[in-house]
Ligand binder design. Sequence first.
Ligand SMILES: [Zn+2]
Length: 498
Amino acid sequence: MDINNLLAFAKGRGFFWQSAEIYGGTAGLYDYGHMGALLKRRFETAWLAYFVDTNDSYHLIEGTSVLPERPLVASGHAARFNDVIVGCTKCRTYYRADALLADIGIKVSEGASAAEIDEAVAKNGVKCPKCGAPLSNAKPFNMMMDLYLGPEKSDKAYLRPETAQSSYLNFYREFNILRKSLPFGLAIIGRAYRNEISPRQGLYRMRELTQAELQIFFDPDAWKVDLDAVRQHTVEVVRYGKSEIETKSIGDLVSDGVPGFYAFHMAMIDSFYKNVLGVPKGRLRFLEKGGDEKAFYNKVHMDIEVNVESWGGFKEVGGLHYRGDYDLTSHSKGSSQDLAVNIDGKRVLPHVLELSFGVDRNVWMLLDVFLTGNSDRRTLGIKPYLAPYNVAVFALQHDDGLLRTANAIRAELKRHFKVWSDDSGSIGKRYARVDEIGVPFAITVDFDTIGNDTQNSGTVTVRSRDDRSQTRIPIKELTGYLYGAIRFDPYKAFEGFG
Ligand SMILES: [Zn+2]
């Protein structure tokens, strides 16, 4: 599906659209409608159940979106959270330099300096794409959004550029309240803000976004993961300096020098995408970054990429970053508080493994990967537990007896599931409507249901979205049947949970 069709679908079916749309909208700011908000919440719930709730030492916290200046100076964001931009000398349009060059087929690395950009602009005679005038010299632009607190607006603060910082800032207190052992994980699902110069591609590059991030604090000398459970697990990966995708077992990656704890989490993420989200094999890969392309503090850095047709190929939906002790070292220095902890008499400044996911990007990806059909007849074939609505209940016709029974079924099912109700229009149209929004099961109350003298009395049809099959099920067995078909069990999704 191309990007415009996907955006039109998302707008037309209540998933998402530009914020302040009635005023013309603003690039990079999106609102979720009733259907999108549910889908996003489903993704977050599955993410939490899988990455956090399966581990007794991992915990969900919430931090503020507004952070004072000092921690973001200490973390390096105030000085280095920059994009290199170029401006038009005539029409004053600004461009993200690497994106502008990429659009005309000139590749520069993600971390290219202003000088490298100037060189590429001069060498290729790049002009303003809008008006053709010469471009100014490239310069770094800090992407954090700043604000000023207090009546005199004297205290500088920032909207956080990533949720991760809140986990580092809360590590020491949480560690001491909780188990006082490593590894120890803090997860946050929350908003982050980036003043993107060229917001684009729908939910890909946004100015306000939701991240789901897990920071695992650990002692690099002592962290033992269950490598044997995942040694045979294979992942698709593009190693740094190579251009082709290779299929590698976790065992091979460890032999090739990838740290065991890192490779273990590659398998965990791979299983999340393939088994929890259902992304088909071949559409997911890890892309290793090195040299200028990775943050200098990362010891190992891989992007998680999914082949998303509407974005034109493999695009980043998350990342796995071994950040060393950079974060706690920076905040120890910045706050003048020693954030090292005591483990059995040994002083340890924990290292961090970060599992980072862009929630909005993943929501978009789910629509891209799982919408099939054409504009006349679409089906959103996502996993039942990710569907915004779990089940639809219809009365076959607008008949008092049918409606009374349908309403009674709804009242019972609503205690357990998100129920879609619709009693108008032909049954075929109603099925088509729920296929489009991904409802996995549709229950129809017909005259057999309320009749006295057939073997089908007290039963309803349950129609499956995926194969369109219909089965008659006794009303009193519906709840159990649906539980079996919809329930999400994270332990079945990953061999490494043991
Ligand atoms: Zn211009």
